[in-house]
Design a protein around this ligand. Structure first.
Ligand code: ASP
Ligand code: MG
Length: 473
């Protein structure tokens, strides 16, 4: 059987009737689809908040559970037709909600949130969403079943919160499970460890689930529906009329996602690249047969400037100081080992004679600092953290090899009297980035975008804090 793999995210599921809207799109494919869904808009955030509160303050989230239950039953009511179908879906939903309440009772009782329970609770957003989507399709006389990662065997490395999907281990089960000429609805965002535990794939992970399924089923393409056209040359909240980019290669999409553009989970392209499967991004508000952005292999076309400029306020720097630290053999490995044990992911490293700077995700900074302080090599005399920074990235395959592009970007920024704190070309050949004070971030993005895309850059209101996350997740 050949299937289309189609993903709908939280941005497609904001109103209760949106399940029917997505199902209408599925029908247009006129073939069997594997539909991978995210949680209803903001449900994951709310589950997370309630779980943390229940463990921390011993507060049982009665109101939250009632509100969630109301939202979900309303969705069933709005999308599911036929008395019997309604009765059955409501019963299935109730049983999911009962299990969720039980998990909350557990953490409330022990005032602790074990990592596997945390992951399990957060996966309920997707579990409920998949149930509603399946019932919606069934109501439209489609043959549709739920396909749960624990049933078909989407196997992960078991790391809670940010698991990796093990493709080889997942292949056998998936191959046997998806065989019928029908739609399958899969809850995204989680897989199962070898011990059978629910493990989340990181925030926004449904893209990654869908990509793994496209790989495992050797799909022709992965279609991702969003509420935007696709990748753009810049953030529309900062630069006026950025262009939608019709074609990106895998490395460009990965770097853009990694450095800030909240369009795709940064790991989405990993499995697809292995089988050269394209990603096609479509806009649900303007559905057409032509995708906004296609992500596929590199065309080898010469690069004249960045394909897109992105930024992130989520990074911070941990600076370790000490005489000769930057040139002392073995120090870097030792410190990197400490970070690894603490579960901190190092985004980049810069060294000088007297300092080593680690670029880290903002959320990891405290953890990293604590681990280093507890186990610091004697050479380190001072540990400094820099938080009020932003990272601006220029992305385009080959950008690090093409002389002049970075220099021109720095010129554009210098003309605005902005001081660049750190310049780096990452390990990839597709990105160059620089770090500025957070207060200079918007102006840096606007200046570089205006320089490389003069036809579309005009200042918007730069005081507006841009936060794509709230729109896309
Ligand atoms: N619902 C999850 C999140 O909000 C996964 C996803 O949306 O892809 O992160
Ligand atoms: Mg999402």
């Amino acid at each position: 059987m050949s299937y289309k793999v189609v993903k709908f995210g939280g941005s497609n599921l904001q109103k209760s009737t949106d399940y029917t809207r997505c199902a209408d799109i599925v029908l247009k494919y006129k073939q069997s689809c594997v539909i991978v869904v995210s949680a209803f808009y903001q449900v994951t955030d709310r589950l997370n908040k309630a779980a943390l509160e229940a463990a921390d303050s011993g507060h049982f989230p009665e109101t939250f559970l009632r509100e969630l239950s109301d939202i979900c039953f309303e969705q069933v009511q709005a999308n599911v037709k036929g008395e019997e179908q309604l009765r059955q879906t409501n019963a299935e939903l109730q049983s999911l909600l009962d299990r969720l309440a039980l998990l909350f009772r557990g953490i409330h009782a022990i005032s602790e949130l074990p990592r596997n329970i945390h992951d399990t609770i957060l996966s309920y957003g997707e579990r409920i969403s998949a149930l509603v989507m399946k019932a919606t399709l069934t109501s439209m006389n489609q043959k549709a079943s739920l396909a749960l990662p624990e049933d078909f065997g989407l196997i992960t490395d078991g790391e809670h919160g940010v698991a990796s999907i093990l493709l080889r281990e997942s292949a056998a089960g998936t191959g046997k499970y998806f065989v019928e000429d029908r739609h399958y609805v899969v809850p995204g965002f989680y897989g199962i460890s070898a011990e059978g535990k629910t493990t989340l794939l990181g925030r926004g992970g449904t893209d990654y689930s869908a990509a793994a399924l496209a790989y495992l089923l050797n799909a022709e393409s992965l279609d991702i529906w969003k509420d935007v056209e696709g990748f753009q040359t810049g953030d529309p909240r900062l630069v006026k009329k950025p262009r939608t980019i019709d074609y990106l290669c895998y490395s460009e999409a990965a770097e853009l996602s990694y450095f800030g553009a909240k369009i795709l989970h940064p790991r989405t392209v990993e499995p697809l690249q292995l089988r050269n499967i394209p990603v096609r991004i479509f806009n649900i508000d303007d559905p057409s047969d032509t995708p906004g952005t296609v992500i596929h292999s590199d065309t080898g076309e010469e690069l004249h400037g960045p394909r897109s400029i992105t930024y992130s306020r989520n990074f911070s720097v941990l600076k370790l100081k000490g005489a000769g630290i930057g040139i002392k053999p073995g120090i870097l490995a030792r410190v990197a080992g400490i970070m690894d044990t603490a579960g901190v992911n190092i985004s980049s490293v810069f060294t000088s004679q007297t300092a080593i700077c680690f670029l880290l995700q903002g959320a990891d900074l405290k953890k990293a600092r604590k681990a280093i302080k507890a186990d610091a090599p004697s050479l380190i005399s001072e540990v400094e953290t820099i938080t009020d920074i932003a990272l601006v990235a220029l992305v385009g395959e080959g950008i690090t090899k093409k002389e002049g592009i970075a220099a021109r970007a720095f010129q554009a920024v210098a003309e605005e009297n902005i001081n660049i704190e750190i310049i780096a070309a990452g390990a990839s050949t597709a990105a160059v980035y620089f770090v500025v004070k957070e207060s200079d971030c918007d102006r840096s993005v606007i200046a570089t975008h205006k320089y490389f895309f003069p036809e579309c850059s005009k200042h918007n209101n730069t005081n507006q804090h841009s936060d794509l996350t709230s729109v896309i997740l």
